[in-house]
Design a protein around this ligand. Structure first.
Ligand SMILES: NC(=O)c1ccc[n+]([C@@H]2O[C@H](COP(=O)([O-])OP(=O)(O)OC[C@H]3O[C@@H](n4cnc5c(N)ncnc54)[C@H](O)[C@@H]3O)[C@@H](O)[C@H]2O)c1
Ligand SMILES: C[C@@H](O)[C@H](N)C(=O)O
Length: 391
């Protein structure tokens, strides 16, 4: 399949989420790095001492490994990467059982982020050139099991950094709004400011940002990170964070008609529709190194409170109701940014979000209604999502 056809196919895939709101994903993202094992053309000498150039074949192309790939973000990213680069060139991995669909759509491997030798074996055997490191315990589950969060989020990170160093891998590790704390400015929160998070998740993500940047400066590793808001998706479930209500509320609106929210009605947090998130990752990884003034960028799309989200849902489902019963997640949310300042991302690599609150509500209801066998007319035509290119 030609590159153009692949991009068209990617667009078609994306258009199953939302027919018009996502543009074509651009050019080559994962340039083949100078892998120490075998990548690229190489000057070799035969046993007779005759020099010849060994051409890189498809077999020698560097490939992408996604760790923690069966969570909320991994399968979606694998889908878009595979449409661009071929199913075999993107290896999903996790420690949980893959669905039949995962097994049928491309390579999947068991990979415990705490098992360095197994990871090294995978990098060598699978000719990995880029790691997208998604394995983590999120903010709420991290607080419930701090020893495990320390292991997965910090020891796991060290394993990935060591592999990147040894094999000269490219490394993308998402960070989060949770990397800020109560002493950070909250509205807006700039890229470089006080970072004193009060969750083990946040502490481990600041550690990841700093360690990644250290490995970049010290060893030249192409480390990149985006501080993501709460991600909202209709296709996958969130993994135990503080922003999860903003997904569950849509399921409740279409089933029971009532949502009990664990946050107060006025709790404002940055959020993003999954398409914008996946597109941001793809675009960010495609930026030439010299265009990046920093290695870790904030990205922002929308910020809303549970009360504002409810109002927007009620425009489509007027009988929907909400009640509030704040729990320990309230304290976490109160320490996080309300709005991220992402002006550096917008300036350096032209980041733009496409989905605002109104479009988010429409696309989520449109996508979830058929899953609950609710006629699509729940979203009246005038509320259907239309393409928007925000300027
Ligand atoms: N989803 C969001 O709202 C959001 C926002 C900001 C940043 N992020 C970051 O993006 C990344 C992916 O997020 P997500 O929402 O898909 O997370 P998730 O919780 O849904 O998935 C994490 C995955 O890590 C796996 N995992 C746990 N322990 C592991 C181990 N020992 N070895 C290998 N894998 C292990 C889990 O099985 C799970 O599938 C995380 O690093 C997260 O911090 C997510
Ligand atoms: C914000 C993000 O890091 C995750 N959804 C959490 O709430 O923990």
């Amino acid at each position: 399949m030609s590159a153009g056809m692949m991009r068209k196919a990617t667009f078609q895939l994306i258009s199953t989420f939302d027919r018009k709101a996502v543009p074509l994903l651009s050019g080559a993202i994962f340039r083949v790095p100078q892998h120490r094992c075998m990548h690229g053309d190489a000057e070799k000498k035969s046993s007779l001492g005759i020099a010849f150039t060994q051409k890189a074949s498809n077999f020698d192309q560097a490939r992408v490994l996604i760790t923690g790939g069966l969570g909320q973000l991994g399968t979606g990213l694998a889908q878009v990467l595979r449409m661009e680069y071929g199913p075999q060139n993107v290896v999903l991995s996790d420690i949980v059982c893959p669905s039949r669909q995962v097994i049928e759509t491309g390579p999947f491997l068991y990979a415990d982020i705490l098992d360095y030798n197994n990871l090294r074996e995978i990098v060598v055997n699978e000719r990995i050139g880029t790691i997208v490191h998604f394995s983590a315990l999120l903010s709420a589950v991290g607080e419930q099991n701090v020893p495990l969060a320390l292991k997965v989020n910090i020891e796991g990170l060290h394993n990935v950094l060591e592999l990147a160093h040894r094999f000269n891998l490219r490394l993308f590790i998402p960070s989060t709004i949770g990397a800020f704390g109560p002493s950070s400015p909250r509205n807006p929160t700039p890229d470089v400011t006080i970072q004193r998070p009060e969750t083990i998740y946040g502490v481990s993500k600041v550690h990841a940002e700093l360690m990644g940047e250290y490995y970049h400066h010290r060893f030249g590793i192409d480390f990149r990170s985006l501080r993501l808001p709460g991600i909202i998706s209709a296709d996958t479930n969130p993994g135990g964070g503080t922003t999860d209500y903003a997904v569950q509320i849509f399921h409740d609106a279409l089933t029971t008609g009532h949502h009990t929210c664990y946050l107060r009605p006025d709790t404002r947090l940055p959020m993003m529709y999954i398409h914008d998130c996946l597109r941001a990752i793809m675009e960010f990884l495609d930026i030439p190194e010299q265009s990046l003034r920093q290695r870790t960028y904030n990205i922002q799309a929308m910020s809303f409170t549970p009360a504002e989200l409810t109002q927007e849902i009620q425009k489509v489902i007027p009988e929907f109701t909400i009640s509030y019963s704040p729990d320990m997640r309230q304290q976490i949310a109160d320490s996080w940014p309300q709005v991220l300042d992402d002006s550096n991302a917008r300036q350096d690599w032209h980041w733009q979000h496409h989905y605002d609150l109104q479009q988010l509500v429409k696309v989520m209801l449109e996508k979830l209604a058929p899953k609950y066998k609710i006629p699509e007319k729940i979203v009246p035509d005038e509320h259907k999502v239309v393409a928007t290119q925000r300027t």
